[in-house]
Design a protein around this ligand. Sequence first.
Ligand code: NAP
Length: 306
Amino acid sequence: MDRKELVIIGGGPAGLTAGIYAARASMDTVLLERGVPGGLVIGTNLIENYPGFSEGISGPDLMIQMEKQAARFGCQILSANVEKIETNDKEFYLKTDYGEIITGVIILASGVQPQMLGIKGEKELVGRGVSYCATCDGAFFRGKRVAVVGGGDAAVEEAIFLTRFAEKVFVIHRREELRATKILQQRAFQNQKIEFIWHGVADEILGKNLVEAIRVRDVRDSSKTLLNVDGVFIYVGSTPNSLLLKDLVIIDEKGYIITDENMQTSQKGIFAAGDVRQKLLRQVVTAVADGAIAAVAAEKYFSELK
Ligand code: NAP
């Protein structure tokens, strides 16, 4: 069984920043990431609102730099999935597919995952035209017709991105007003390839082997329209990856972890940072700030333990 002074769970912006700060503070730190380090940001083509990059920076480029920076200061980064966390109130035992790890301090930075619509045809056609990542799959739709479901920043930003490839992009939104920031709205409204379908909800995705159409219901009169499309990109928000801690810390009704301003959860020794915690704004800039604060608070807690 490995013993570590600090275990960080999740390798997105919050986790990697916590890794940079903790390793620079000489804590013996391991960061566990079940997928590829970088988190959901890897699926973002261009981040325009992260300060310091006046022309924007691609998600993968930014995350590669953060990973290198954490590793340079000595944060160990392991590919491992945490299956279970148990505690005797002083220490935590993590069962992972890499082996067991014991620690006194945890920072959970496990982020969120895309919310599924839960409609007929969605699960069946994932990877066959249904996607949650335009950056990853957009290029497959060169000259084709696609639908984007949702009206937030992600939906509108990715709809604009998809116009690079697709001949037509339908944005299906359940209201008449977008949630996305104004600058994105303006760009989308000016884009000739984008057509908005207001008051629409997706009822069903149709297709034998590949997506062929999406059935849209108008919420005002329940009338239905069949739109012939080759792809459906779903951006209807996200759900927190907090299941691991649900019996250990207080979470809100949506599953987000509640922390104080120092990222401390209701359980001593467990901190949470980034999108997984209850907060107003989920962006890279707030995730990295959370990660830095969590690491400093974790280091303080660890010193007091000693
Ligand atoms: P979001 O802001 O929660 O927006 C989700 C959208 O999906 C909303 O328009 C919502 O409609 C719609 N929706 C939710 N459930 C639905 C359902 N069952 N059927 C149909 N539509 C549904 O999520 P997001 O766009 O993924 O963004 C998440 C966070 O990341 C936000 O804080 C956002 O600012 C941030 N983000 C920022 C950027 C950027 O700054 N460039 C880019 C991507 C994401 P209603 O509006 O009617 O609720």
